[in-house]
Design a protein around this ligand. Structure first.
Ligand SMILES: NC(=O)c1ccc[n+]([C@@H]2O[C@H](COP(=O)([O-])OP(=O)(O)OC[C@H]3O[C@@H](n4cnc5c(N)ncnc54)[C@H](OP(=O)(O)O)[C@@H]3O)[C@@H](O)[C@H]2O)c1
Length: 206
């Protein structure tokens, strides 16, 4: 398929669902590519119940990767239902220490989705491991034995995105849309996104 060709929407998929996939979907796929994990590896996701985390939990667990997600308590059963093996509350006391007791050797890698989560993520990764960041955090001083990199964008991820759209259309991967806003409430949608507490994706219908 030429790189500039439009991706056809599967017949079972609504336009709203189709619109909700590309940005978060591509970011989730680029995250998985950068993490480069294999079955049995452990992955900590900082901010795992948002649009990107919702997809990464499912993509990773489908590959046999053991996922630990962070979000507030209200999202714990949600993350576990998507396949995460453990959920931690980033706002609770000593959450990182408790996680270290569970995996004393540290996790293989971490995905720091929320800005400001790289430092905590570095502490949870074992020596020689990787932290992949989605939102930057380049002011953080890296630890010498942990590599910290931002996701990269590749044009050939389009093929993987087409597979993801197909997997969502048949229900193999769950697409979660928190709310569909009418265009008149677009600013409300933006405000919700800016809270950084949306679950899954928000869509504005034009
Ligand atoms: N969505 C996209 O398509 C997209 C694409 C590219 C890049 N980005 C960027 O990626 C980042 C994340 O986007 P997103 O849409 O997946 O999620 P989001 O809506 O920004 O964040 C929601 C998630 O982050 C958790 N969270 C909030 N503050 C946190 C903290 N201090 N530590 C750990 N977790 C925290 C929330 O949990 P609780 O609600 O339970 O607190 C929830 O799990 C944003 O910076 C965004 O700009 C997003």
């Amino acid at each position: 398929m030429p790189q500039d060709a439009l991706i056809p929407l599967p017949s079972k998929m609504s336009f709203v669902e189709g619109a909700a996939i590309p940005i978060a979907g591509k970011t989730a796929l680029e995250s998985m590519r950068a993490l480069n994990l294999k079955s049995g590896d452990t992955l900590f996701i900082a901010g795992a119940s948002g649009a990107i985390g919702t997809l990464v939990i499912q993509l990773a667990t489908a590959q046999g990767i053991i996922v630990i997600g962070s979000a507030s308590q209200k999202n714990h059963s949600y993350m576990l239902s998507l396949g995460a093996q453990k959920a931690v509350d980033y706002s609770g006391p000593n959450w990182a220490q408790r996680l270290k007791q569970w995996i004393p050797e540290g996790v293989t890698a971490a995905l720091a989705i929320q800005p400001g989560t790289v430092e905590d993520s570095m502490d949870l990764v074992k020596d020689g491991g990787t932290v992949i960041t989605v939102s930057g955090d380049d002011h953080v001083k890296p630890k010498s034995d942990i590599s910290v990199c931002q996701i990269q964008h590749h044009t050939d991820t389009k093929e993987a995105l087409i597979r993801l759209i197909s997997d969502i259309s048949v229900g193999y991967i769950q697409l979660v849309i928190e709310r569909i806003y009418p265009f008149q409430q677009a600013l409300e949608a933006l405000k919700k996104t800016e809270t950084r507490h949306a679950r899954g994706k928000s869509v504005v219908r034009v």
